[in-house]
Design a protein around this ligand. Structure first.
Ligand code: F6R
Length: 622
């Protein structure tokens, strides 16, 4: 949700800012902009609607000099996507420019007061209100930029990660964070800012993750060496100096490049076997029959004492949670509820001290999931995080957790994070089941062994890519699609439908196959593609009956079946064959053809697969 980049040092800021924006485009891409204090001392702000490429084209004949600058790629909240509403925003005097990720909730009241005092506004955004407020305070109270920012931040309610420059002091950037991520990179006489570490890692591996309420004062020496206080200082909002916690980032640059694939999404689908190996590495022993999670060692008592598990998550992570529920109930016999974080946080839920709340999030920054954690914490629950982005806000807000370790996910549609989340949930459920003795040793060891075979079976499943690419054009005409599954395959039906919706813009619904006759069956006709996950499991015969119901109404069935299946071939229009595995691990395998289907259909329709309209990778606003 909006990407922030900043640079201050001895190099030209512009190329660093643009490269950083491209890395962060997954966070939002309805407009982009840069502000640099040029060699002639002017504060130049350039902004365009649309993607970063539009901005670079626009800047091709502009003054892009200067060694200090801030830049932004936007996902609109207040004010339509347009160059006018794009960041950075100037203050009235044009001395200051600001970039912001988040929402200033009380912006309307502040704006009205500023307007009453003669301040005029150029955009519809909440962000411009903040920069105008800072300037107003500076002028009115004769304060420095830092002091004015401190005063202003006391007045605003909401979430923010901000960076501000002042053309009268070109050796300084002031940044601050509350509930929106911000990272400062420390180089050699230079500093970087990013919403995450991806725009920084080309230059340094030393970073400081700002905490909520932190203000960063970043200063470099002027050419005549006048600036005594060069360096990075972290202050609290009250001005108290904070300890500088420098961390080392460990992201492989190759992991965030496309690596020969036409889209990040396709690359990330194909990476899944390796990702799951990384996810299990060091957790499943070399013999492949025992799982150890460090969280289970450190917090054994809290986890084994769980009377109930509550999973909070959004979107795809919520679908992974639905699979987790079945695992915890089936293997561990622990009651489990799965909640949309956005609903949970506002409905005064009953949370007990002996509940374990599991928060699942790829980005680790989803605002609703963070708020749900906060609420559960206040009620005394023990919080366990399952996240991908290292050092992000959710792992820092939880009591313990397990990273999925699938590497940066850049494609907006989540793929490898989903299978990574299901793998961690499977490992956790197996650990708990063993400790609680709710499954036999024999079953436990054989299940762990089967889990280690999943990457190999995924490799085999990826061979369906060509078949799916050939099938995809058949479905591009569709206005609606139905995805059906039962048991562990029901959340997968939801996930398959979500993937198709978000990147191809075809309406799709996931349904438990047997529920169909209670309503959705009325929709079925020969125009409606129906995708059925019909792998061989406990409910196989029942799913066959459900397929017959669809066929009887003229529906066109594409079925995902287990290898060797002879029956479904007879009445499905198309079958995609998958390797056999345990029922509870089937979603790990069957998710691949569903991801590939959505991908190829969207490509056939000419859609921007990695950056679908209206979406952002990291939803840091509620
Ligand atoms: C769908 C998708 C979203 C996210 C959701 C939660 O492909 O990516 O539905 O799953 O926004 O995001 P995280 O997992 O980062 O909390």
């Amino acid at each position: 949700m909006c990407g922030i980049v900043g640079y201050i040092g001895t190099k030209r800021a512009y190329p660093i800012l643009i490269k950083g924006l491209k890395r962060l485009e997954y966070r939002g891409y309805d407009s982009a902009g840069v502000a640099m204090i040029g060699d002639n001392g002017n504060l130049n702000v350039y902004k365009t609607k649309g993607k970063v490429d539009n901005l670079t084209e626009y800047c091709s004949d502009k003054d892009v000099t200067g060694c200090v600058g801030i830049a932004h790629t936007r996902w609109a909240t207040h004010g339509e996507p347009s160059a006018r509403n794009a960041h950075p925003h100037y203050s009235t005097s044009r001395n200051l420019a600001i970039i912001h990720n988040g929402i200033i909730e009380n912006y309307a009241g502040i704006k009205a007061k500023l307007q009453a005092n003669g301040v005029t506004f150029k955009s519809d955004t909440d962000t411009e209100v903040l920069v105008q407020l800072v300037e107003y305070i500076m002028d009115k109270k004769n304060l420095s930029l830092l002091e004015a920012v401190q005063v202003a931040l006391h007045q605003v309610i909401g979430a923010y990660a901000i960076a501000i420059v002042d053309k009268r002091d070109p050796y300084q950037i002031i940044a601050a964070r509350k509930q929106s991520p911000l990272v400062v990179g420390i180089g050699d006489s230079e500093f970087f800012l990013g919403s995450d570490a991806s725009p920084i890692i080309d230059y340094t591996d030393k970073v400081v993750y700002l905490e909520d309420g932190n203000i960063a004062v970043i200063r470099v020496k002027s050419p005549n060496g006048e600036n005594e206080d060069e360096g990075l200082k972290i202050l609290s909002i009250l001005g108290e100096e904070q300890e500088l916690k420098v961390k080392k980032v460990d992201i492989d640059l190759g992991q965030i490049e496309k690596g020969g694939y036409s889209h990040f999404m396709l690359k990330e689908i194909f990476e899944q076997p390796e990702c799951l190996q990384n996810c299990m590495r060091g957790r499943i022993n070399v013999e492949g029959d025992n799982v150890t999670l460090s969280a289970m060692i450190d917090y054994r008592q809290q986890l084994l004492g769980a009377k109930r598990i509550i999973i909070v998550a959004c979107g795809t992570s919520w679908h992974a949670g639905l699979i987790g529920k079945q695992l915890f109930e089936q293997l561990c016999r622990i009651p489990c509820e799965v909640e949309y974080a956005s609903e949970f946080r506002y409905r005064n839920p009953v949370v007990n001290k002996d509940d374990v709340v599991i928060a699942i999030s790829q980005s680790g920054e989803t605002a609703d999931t963070l708020a749900a954690i906060q609420l559960a914490k206040e009620q005394g629950a023990f919080i366990y995080g399952i996240c991908n982005a290292i050092g992000s806000s959710i792992p820092r807000a939880t009591d313990t957790g397990t990273y999925i370790h699938v590497g940066p996910e850049i494609g907006v549609a989540s793929t490898k994070a989903f299978t990574g989340q299901v793998t961690v949930l499977s490992m956790l459920a197996l650990c708990l089941a063993k400790e609680r003795q709710t499954i036999s040793d024999e079953l436990y060891h054989s299940m762990v062994k089967e889990l280690t075979l999943i990457p190999e079976k995924m490799e085999q499943t990826l061979k369906t890519n060509e078949q799916i690419e050939r099938l995809a054009p058949i479905f591009t005409y569709a206005k609606n699609c139905l995805y059906l599954g039962r048991g562990y395959n029901y959340p997968l039906a939801l996930e398959g439908a979500l993937k198709l919706k978000e990147i191809s813009y075809i309406h799709a619904e996931g349904y438990p196959a047997a529920e169909m006759k209670h309503g959705p069956i009325a929709l079925i006709d020969s125009e409606m593609p129906v995708f059925v996950i019909a792998t061989r499991d406990r409910l196989y015969e029942k799913v066959i009956s459900n397929i017959q119901e669809v066929r009887a109404r003229g529906g066109r069935v594409t079925a995902l079946v287990t290898e060797g299946d002879q029956q479904i071939q007879k009445f499905a229009d198309h079958v995609i064959t998958l390797p056999d595995t345990l029922e509870c691990f089937q979603p790990l395998i069957a998710s691949i053809p569903l991801q590939l289907l959505a991908y190829h259909i969207a490509v056939c329709k000419g859609k921007d697969v990695d950056r679908p309209r209206n979406l952002a990778k990291s939803v840091t606003v509620e």
